[in-house]
Design a protein around this ligand. Sequence first.
Ligand SMILES: NC(=O)C1=CN([C@@H]2O[C@H](COP(=O)(O)OP(=O)(O)OC[C@H]3O[C@@H](n4cnc5c(N)ncnc54)[C@H](O)[C@@H]3O)[C@@H](O)[C@H]2O)C=CC1
Ligand SMILES: O=C(CO)COP(=O)(O)O
Length: 331
Amino acid sequence: MQKIAVLGAGSWGLALALLLNEKGNAITIWCYDSKEKEDILTFRENKRCLPGIKIPLEIQFTTSVEEAVKEKDVVIMAVPSKAIRKTTESMKAFVAEEALIVNVSKGIEFETLYTLSQVIQSVVSNPVVVLSGPSHAEEVARHMPTTVVASSNCMASAEKIQDLFMTEYFRVYTNPDIIGVELGGALKNVIALAAGVVDGLGYGDNSKAALMTRGIAEISRLGVAMGGMPATFGGLTGIGDLMVTCMSGHSRNRRCGELIGQGYSLEEATQKINMVVEGVPTAKGAYALMKAYEIEMPIIEGIYEVLFENYSVQECVQKLMNRDKKMESFD
Ligand SMILES: NC(=O)C1=CN([C@@H]2O[C@H](COP(=O)(O)OP(=O)(O)OC[C@H]3O[C@@H](n4cnc5c(N)ncnc54)[C@H](O)[C@@H]3O)[C@@H](O)[C@H]2O)C=CC1
Ligand SMILES: O=C(CO)COP(=O)(O)O
């Protein structure tokens, strides 16, 4: 039995907490929002983001970071990417030196262009493991077979997390390529916004397949330039996560793109979804990385222009389809 803190009471934090609770661990969940905590305690459910999933009484909730992380063996970071640095700073004084930190959030810190494990590692010296892959909370919470990857610079830590999370419905692989794993998980959210635009515009499967295929080419081009291994982008945290996010009815990023394709503004779309849409801030980081590494990433550039430079989705499609003719390439 491990003592585990889960920081974040949204859909992913809760789904993973339920799994770890089923395996006999002692779970304390930190809520950022006291109203969210009260609602969860009243209904034993988070009706905003994981309706219909009951939360057992033995799972504890607190709004104190100190109470959540003190004397815990494992701390799971399940807050939005923009809050990773602040949340890590707030737990620094209380987290045990030997506690394993598991990041399950997906994004890039815009100010530093760090991956999220790099952000955590810049604040605390605990070993950090990233858990990523095609895994919607709504399905994991209903025990639907799911596969993910645990990645770390320390393989022994990745293997501990593999053992901690493995169940009959949740299969965990390890992969030592942490930069490749993190970039795949973060960047696919931007491509998923584009896939949603395809749905919103009423285009078909041809367009979606094109976006996904050329999207993974863009992700791996940048990922390899940043030190990732090419094979990682063909794996669960690359093409696997891209597929689930671009095709799923659960995907917040795809749905946000769909609303934008239907004519809603970015603000209206994110308000309607009322859950974190990581592709939006990540588009800014991805665009800056594209410039910094001088990599061609036309889909990511197009989404950036739609979100932040007032381009219409029609202009974006036209620009993509009328680029200079070229040979198909994957590097
Ligand atoms: N939902 C899913 O199926 C999956 C989500 N993820 C990732 O997990 C992370 C969390 O996503 P979800 O649980 O879906 O989000 P959510 O929108 O369901 O919940 C976010 C949680 O963070 C809290 N929060 C909001 N602002 C905060 C702040 N400034 N500081 C600290 N906490 C704050 C909210 O109160 C809420 O408990 C994201 O990076 C997402 O990409 C990864 C895999 C699957
Ligand atoms: O990362 C995810 C699934 O692996 C969640 O993606 P969405 O935010 O698009 O729902």
